[in-house]
Design a protein around this ligand. Structure first.
Ligand code: NAD
Ligand code: UDX
Length: 465
């Protein structure tokens, strides 16, 4: 197989940035160029103060400090990086379509197609193209069509190499992955050689037994399948949380009891205010759309229910706040502890906090937000994006503060939206003293100790109790 000297990654986002940082660290002889059209994002990656890189992930800034300008480079020079690369990872966003056919369901592949056309235009030497983005099954076929019709005699091999990292633990997940999946053209010698080349990159640090090779369609479909199964577990336990609330069962006790069955397993059974993040909803909607396109209505309905239940979980949490506060939150202050979709990330995409706050705004509440890593402008942008309230109303009614304690001052109720560790160790006694009574707390993450909180006087509502 070919000796790899240069890797290019198109897309310096939550996947491209951390993934390439780890490849650069583990493969010091390879130059890794991460390119993006977003100039401010690239500038932030190059910020002399490594704490200012655009993505917060535990352990990431240390690796960037070690590798940046050694063999890891961030730039906006996409053509140049394509030209030099032996392997090109495409790691651009693939959001849900917001227009046209498949609106609200299908993955929008316009960014992927633009990358393929740019590669087709620029490439002068043979390249391995790696789908790192999560894509509908059979996308590689479309890429092949575009790349093979350039007429300049360049050979392209297309591989699928989906990323399984979870945000908040991205670096640990990349350093010690459960598996690496590489799909390619298993029927040809060129296809096999390309797969081997990519295997060799990962084999710098991942044991060979954990590097799986499959045909390209299996690889593409496995990514959607993995996310659908993971999200389905959360919707399943969240469905049980509602039964628990009505019966006196405790959802963590139920989760523990079933999780000790080795066939079920204990992970991903934490009931919550609903899953967020950029992947689960988008990928399941995509799966539903693919199923429908294939004429598989029952399959589509099956997976769609995971989303329906998740939307229900967010809504019933928000409605419960209003109902508990004597059916009105108009003019009341509700403190939102946490805005990120999970702890240890600054990513807010599809965070339950956005939807719950949006609902509370419709009920004319004042919302006070604290999150240790999310920027104020991001919070306003998230609410504006939903389009239910105008910018002026949002900026009037939503206040973003610098500490949890400040958020809770004079609050009528507190909602725990993200499971940041600092919320567990908050000085809850002084929080209690400084807020309206009854002191309502809605724990959407099940991180607070019920006995202790009730002893302090709180009126505690825990999802799933
Ligand atoms: P992101 O939005 O954080 O980053 C994508 C980047 O691509 C953006 O910075 C954008 O400017 C850039 N880009 C778009 N078009 C471009 C072009 N033509 N040329 C150069 N740059 C371009 O997205 P992300 O969270 O990193 O996700 C990327 C892909 O990885 C998606 O398909 C996603 O489904 C998948 N994925 C994400 C995660 C996750 O945890 N976020 C995990 C696994 C897989
Ligand atoms: C997910 C997949 O886990 C990862 O493999 C894939 O590559 C990208 O999508 P991510 O969305 O970053 O990762 O985080 P994840 O840990 O899966 O959490 C997603 C959401 O589910 C979060 O809002 C989280 O709080 C919630 N969650 C997770 C629960 O509510 N309960 C759980 O038991 C686990």
């Amino acid at each position: 197989t070919k000796t790899i000297k240069n890797i290019c990654c198109i897309g310096a986002g939550y996947v491209g940035g951390p993934t390439m940082a780890v490849i650069a660290q583990k493969c010091p002889e390879i130059k890794v160029h991460v390119v993006d059209i977003n100039e401010s994002r690239v500038a932030a990656w190059n910020d002399p103060n490594v704490e200012h890189i655009p993505i917060y992930e535990p352990g990431l800034s240390e690796i960037v400090a070690e590798t940046r300008d050694r063999n890891l480079f961030f730039s906006t020079k996409v053509d140049e990086a394509i030209d030099q690369a032996d392997i090109i990872f495409i790691s651009v966003n693939t959001p849900t379509k917001t227009y046209g056919i498949g609106k609200g369901m299908a993955a929008d592949l316009k960014f992927i197609e633009l990358c393929a056309r740019q590669i087709a235009r620029v490439a002068k030497t043979d390249k391995i193209i790696v789908e790192k983005s999560t894509l509908p099954v059979r996308t590689a076929e479309a890429l092949k069509d575009i790349l093979h019709n350039t007429g300049n005699g360049v050979n392209f091999q297309i591989l699928s190499n989906p990323e399984f990292l979870a945000e908040g633990t991205a670096i640990d997940d990349l350093l010690d992955p459960d598996r690496i999946l590489i799909g390619g053209d298993t029927h040809t010698a060129e296809g096999q050689a390309a797969m081997q080349t990519l295997v060799d990159v990962y084999a710098h640090w991942v044991p060979k037994a954990q590097i799986l090779t499959t045909n390209v369609w299996s690889s593409e479909l496995s990514k959607l399948t993995a996310n659908a199964f993971l999200a389905q577990r959360i919707s399943s336990i969240n469905a049980m949380s509602e039964i628990c609330e009505k019966t006196g069962a405790n959802v963590d006790e139920v989760a523990r009891a079933i999780g000790m069955d080795s066939r079920i397993g204990s992970k991903f059974l934490k009931s919550s205010v609903g899953f967020g993040g950029s992947c689960f909803q988008k990928d399941i909607l995509n799966l539903v759309y693919i199923s429908k396109s294939l004429g598989l209505q029952e399959v589509a309905d099956y997976w769609e229910q995971v989303i329906i239940l998740n939307d229900h979980q967010k809504l019933r949490f928000a409605k419960n706040i209003v109902k508990t506060l004597y059916n009105t939150v108009s003019g009341k202050q509700i403190a939102m502890l946490g805005w990120a979709f999970k702890k240890d990330t600054n990513d807010t995409r599809e965070s339950a906090a956005i939807y719950v706050s949006d609902y509370l705004l419709s009920e004319q509440a004042d919302v006070i937000v604290y999150d240790p890593k999310v920027k104020t402008e991001q919070i306003y942008a998230d609410l504006e994006y939903l389009g239910h309230h105008d910018s002026e109303t949002i900026r009037q009614r939503v206040k973003v503060v610098k500490t949890a304690k400040e958020a809770c001052q004079n609050a009528h109720a507190i909602a725990v939206m993200t499971e940041w560790d600092e919320f567990k160790s908050l000085d809850w006694k002084s929080v209690y003293d400084d807020m309206y009574k009854p002191a309502f707390v809605f724990d959407g993450r099940r991180i607070l100790d019920q006995i202790r909180m009730e002893a302090l006087g709180f009126n505690l509502n825990i999802i799933g109790n």
